[in-house]
Each structure stands twice: as C-alpha cells, then as structure tokens.
Design a protein around this ligand. Structure first.
Ligand code: DQA
Length: 149
C-alpha cells in the first residue's frame, strides 16, 4: 500500500510559524512521526510539501501515474481557495483524507470553507500532528475495505 502525504504553504515553517496555534514541533519531526508510523503499519509513504498551488496540482497528477493508493493532504491556506486542487483530486480519483493541525472550524470565518472537503473521504482537524497518524490509520482500513469489495 502506497500513501502520499501532501502539505501546502507554510507547513514547512512548522515550529517557527504561530507556535500558539501549530505547536513548536518542526516539519522535519512531523515527517519522522509519519515515517515511523508507516514502518509500524507496513505501508509505503511519500512526502511532498510546496508553497505553490500548481506544484501541488502537478504532484497530485503524478500520483495517478505512480499508482498511489491513498492521499493525505493538508492544503493549508489553499484549503479555503483552491478549486484547482479539488479538481486535481477529482481527476485522479484517489481516496483522500483532509488533515488540519488546528481546529479550523473554531477559527476565522474565511477558514470555514474547504474545497477539498467536497472530495475527501474524511476530514480530521484539531488533533495536532496526531491527525496525520489518525489519517493513515483511517486510510489503511478504508483501502483494505475497498480491496475486499
Ligand atoms: C491549516 C489551517 C489553515 O487555515 C491554514 O491556512 C494553514 C494550516 C492547519 O493545518 O490547521 O496553513 O491547514
């Protein structure tokens, strides 16, 4: 099983950006946490982070050719604006879980819109870095269920 974890703009600045919201742990430590969980659960995981919308669209399209089974995406600020990322996820038809480190539903009104939610099989918010681990567990079970259909 191959999973792709995509993070959008400013997620590479974890540990530096707004620690009162996103915590003081770094992006590198997030990747370590996910990689460790991948080893424990026996899944293959790839990472991608970009501050550029088009690069994220390109990576989602590439996932189709790479035969990625599931996507975990935190589109960050593009969550609230990007029809292009929604359309890319629709185009590749790869089961996707949306993750937010903070509890976006308790934040500003402009964060209440999520385009990606329209295609995601699940949305996880407000669980900090653990949200990515939860997303992996959910996707693994979801994809196993699909295999047995
Ligand atoms: C975020 C929430 C977004 O509103 C924000 O723009 C981010 C991070 C989160 O993980 O909580 O950059 O997606």
């Amino acid at each position: 099983m191959k999973l792709l974890v995509i993070n959008g703009p400013n997620i590479n600045f974890l540990g530096i950006r707004e620690p009162e919201i996103y915590g003081s742990d770094t992006y590198a430590s997030l990747l370590e946490l996910i990689a460790k969980h991948a080893r424990e659960t026996g899944v293959e995981v790839e990472f991608f982070q970009s501050n550029h919308e088009g690069a994220i669209v390109d990576r989602i399209q590439q996932a189709y050719f790479d035969k990625v089974d599931g996507i975990i995406v935190n589109p960050a600020a593009y969550t609230h604006t990007s029809v292009a990322i929604l359309d890319a996820l629709k185009a590749v038809s790869i089961p996707t879980v949306e993750v937010h480190i903070s509890k976006v539903s308790d934040r500003e009104k402009f964060r209440q819109i999520s385009y990606v939610s329209k295609v995601a099989v699940k949305k996880i918010e407000g669980r900090g870095f653990c949200g990515y681990v939860d997303a992996m567990d959910f996707l693994i079970e979801y994809l196993k269920g699909k295999e047995n259909e």
